[in-house]
Design a protein around this ligand. Structure first.
Ligand code: T1G
Length: 707
């Protein structure tokens, strides 16, 4: 079909075809990330057919508009019937193309997007591009040929590592691996792609389809797959899809391409059907959904945050200062004593240098970040700060004094935030004279590592202040979740109930090791007591002492854990707590001294120990959390179940393949949970087992919680 040198774009919305000289350019334009949904799949096939039929096009080029190459299949389609063409069908179409097809990559070519590129004959990337197959993070595996083509390009060992990690590689690493054929420094992906096409046409090469290449897999180590399976069984015993990934890549090495592709499809569908896929995708969207606060209009104006103050150079204050420095925001770090400042800044430098030793920071970057943190004893240097975060001692008197001073010192419009984990944000706000500018920013230790940030809205916090801090959370790499004011807010309030039950189970006859084993078998990275040792027994002990002194009716009676704290057994930081620790090791070792303290505590309280089943441990630790979460929803302290899911996923290591606390509760069965809570309410009693009305209602109506 004769055609002019430049044809008009034939609109295959969201995929367009237009010829540039001898090159047929296929452009995908489907914001925000060019996800390969049904429209893109259909458009790609139509545009490919148009290019193959265009006699003036000797080569075809696939590029994407917007900020990124295709970032994967459209996750929102999962769990629904997939309208043809499926992505494997699109990829097969590319594979059989009678003209060379080039993919030119910018942004992040991920998942099915990278699989489209793998089915092209040539791949080029701009210097800043990243390429990855993150399906394992969604409980899946690359289901459009990735497990069959990637080993043929980069070798089975490297392909397995890349698919099992799910992490992207940069353009230069991709070039070194053989994943891309060229990296272009400068210009757009379109220009890079056109240059690649001109080179290909000039040297008259006709590159082989990746599916026919076998050189890289012929030399696969036969023991690779057995070793990988053993490693997975040890490191990720709970997960389903990683083992399927090993099976699929093994098929690439041992079977002809067509059979390997069929095997991949079987394994992909098995992963798609697994509850872990549902949980991980819920967790993926949860992290994004919580950024949209119900009742906070999307267009709420926000304030610029160009300079931040942090009050307190202790562990939390130092970690918080690092969060802002890491985002390139200058920080004034204030402490009441020079020695505290020096200790704090030295700890920050040690943290950065430890990261540099792992190769994740250069020495220059360490110095850059340290230069952004300005230590001082003087509040006057906070005068032009746009935000001040207080991370001082957990005492209302101390905090009110600080906030009174901040109210006098900081410029109008400065946002004043407290990092308190238990105290009343409204009482703190009242000390400033400007409560509309005050809220809680509850970081989790270590603040520079944990992604969760509870954004605690006070009664008078303005929309603008809330919107500003929610946007700032994302800017500093945190998962910000808006919560209301109550004791322990959301995360710690739920944790407190699990802790109360864990303690009681041990008093009644279980061991700390048994409680921790049940929780780690459920999927938590740490059991309750090993986590307590990590955070420090003294932290909880002081809070319990404060509540007892204040005559709090819900305060817990002194127990064996308090005895350990009184003996100076604070946990890992003293090499002994609920467990003991060898020097330099974090591995918890049961300690007969602790067993003796527990037995003594039982005798003192007249408790005759009894055998406790694992099932009882599981129910009492997990169902008490669900019951408390339902009460938090009832009270409006959290707006939605997804907020509570995100908090426990990103603040406490709730296993992400279970989706989140309430996502899991719905799968576990609210009827079973409600019935068990009512049984424990009868048998154990206490405020923690008083059944949530919302839980009972949802269970009775047979609907998920919070819907
Ligand atoms: N499908 C649908 N929506 C997506 C999406 C996707 N793949 N990726 C992102 N979004 C939405 C996201 O929900 C948000 O929506 C908006 O885009 C911006 O995302 C067959 C089966 C690409 C690195 O796992 O890692 O291919 O909140 O806020 O921080 O083998 O999004 O604005 O309404 O995250 O700049 C494999 C997942 C799929 C990539 C961009 N691909 N996405 O990060 O923006 S499975 C992935 C990301 C697959 C095949 C298999 C990130 C990003 P909203 P964002 P960002």
């Amino acid at each position: 079909m004769p055609s002019p040198a430049q044809t008009e774009a034939v609109p295959f919305n969201p995929v367009q075809y237009a010829r540039r000289g001898q090159v047929g350019v296929i452009t995908v334009d489907y914001p925000p990330v060019n996800a390969v949904g049904h429209g893109v799949r259909s458009g790609l096939v139509a545009a490919l057919d148009a290019g193959l039929a265009d006699d003036g096009a000797d080569a075809l080029l696939i590029v994407c508009a917007g900020r990124t190459f295709m970032a994967g299949a459209d996750i929102r389609e999962f769990g629904k019937p997939s309208a043809p063409p499926t992505l494997p069908e699109v990829v097969a179409h590319l594979d059989s193309a009678t003209k060379p097809v080039i993919a030119s990559i910018h942004g992040t070519a991920l998942g099915g997007g990278l699989e489209v590129a793998l089915a092209c004959h040539v791949r080029v990337a701009v210097k800043t591009a990243k390429l990855g197959l993150p399906e394992v993070k969604l409980g899946l595996l690359p289901g459009a040929g990735g497990t069959q083509r990637l080993p043929r390009l980069i070798g089975a060992t490297e392909a397995l590592d890349m698919i099992l990690s799910g992490d992207p590689v940069g353009a230069e690493e991709a070039l070194a691996l053989g994943l891309v054929d060229a990296v272009e420094d400068g210009g757009s992906a379109l220009e890079a792609g056109l240059r690649a096409a001109e080179r290909l046409l000039a040297n008259g090469s006709s590159p082989q389809p990746v599916s026919t290449r076998t050189g890289r897999i012929a030399c696969t180590d036969p023991g690779l797959f057995t070793a990988k399976r053993a490693d997975l069984a040890k490191r990720q015993p709970h997960l389903f899809s990683p083992h399927r990934i090993v099976d699929a890549v093994e098929a690439a090495v041992t079977l002809p391409f067509a059979e390997g592709t069929a095997r991949e499809r079987e394994l992909f569908l098995a992963c798609m059907d697994s509850p872990q896929r549902a949980g991980l995708i819920h967790a993926f969207f949860a992290e994004r959904e919580v950024a949209k606060v119900p009742g906070l209009p999307a267009g709420t104006p926000t304030r610029d945050i160009r300079k931040v103050g942090v009050i307190g150079a202790g562990t939390m204050g130092g970690g918080i200062a690092m969060c802002f420095a890491n985002a390139g925001i200058p920080v004034v770090l204030v402490d009441s004593a020079q020695e505290g400042l020096e200790r704090g800044t030295a700890a920050i430098r040690r943290n950065y240098e430890a990261t540099a030793r792992k190769g994740r920071l250069t020495a220059a970057q360490v110095d850059e970040r340290m230069a952004l943190i300005h230590p001082t004893l003087s509040y006057t240097e906070l005068g032009d700060a746009d935000l001040v975060v207080e991370a001082a001692f957990e005492s209302m008197e101390v905090k009110q004094t600080i906030f009174r001073r901040l109210g006098e010192t900081c410029k109008p419009g400065a946002i004043l935030a407290t990092n308190t984990s238990t105290l009343d944000v409204d009482a703190i706000a009242a000390a400033t004279g400007r409560p509309q500018d005050v809220l809680g920013m509850h970081f989790f230790s270590p603040a520079n590592v944990m992604r969760l940030l509870e954004v605690v809205r006070g009664a008078k916090t303005s929309d603008t202040v809330l919107a500003t801090v929610m946007a700032l959370a994302r800017r500093i790499g945190k998962v910000g979740v808006a919560v209301g004011v109550c004791y322990g807010f959301v995360g710690n309030r739920i944790l407190h109930q699990r802790g109360r039950e864990s303690m009681a189970l041990v008093e009644e006859g279980a061991s700390p090791e048994q409680v921790d084993r049940v929780l780690t078998e459920f999927g938590f990275p740490l059991g309750h007591f090993s986590m307590t040792d990590l955070a420090g027994i003294d932290v909880g002990w002081r809070i319990r002492e404060e509540r007892r002194k204040a005559g709090d009716p819900e305060a817990q009676a002194p127990s064996w854990l308090d005895t350990l704290a009184e003996r100076g057994r604070y946990g890992q930081k003293t090499s002994a707590g609920v467990y003991r620790y060898e020097p330099g090791s974090r591995t918890p070792i049961p300690d007969p001294e602790v067993a003796a303290v527990i037995e003594e505590d039982r005798r003192r309280r007249g408790i005759t120990p009894r055998p406790v089943s694992d099932e009882e441990v599981r129910e009492r630790c997990l169902y008490v959390m669900v019951n408390e979460a339902a009460k938090i929803l009832e009270e409006g302290i959290a707006a939605r179940p997804v907020d509570i899911d995100a908090i426990w996923l990103h603040g406490y290591g709730f296993p992400s393949w279970r989706g989140g606390l309430l996502f899991w509760a719905n799968q576990e069965g609210l009827g079973r949970i409600a019935e068990t809570v009512q049984r424990y309410d009868r048998d154990i009693g206490g405020p923690q087992w008083r059944p949530s009305a919302l839980l009972l209602k949802c269970a009775a109506e047979g609907r998920p919680i919070g819907c």
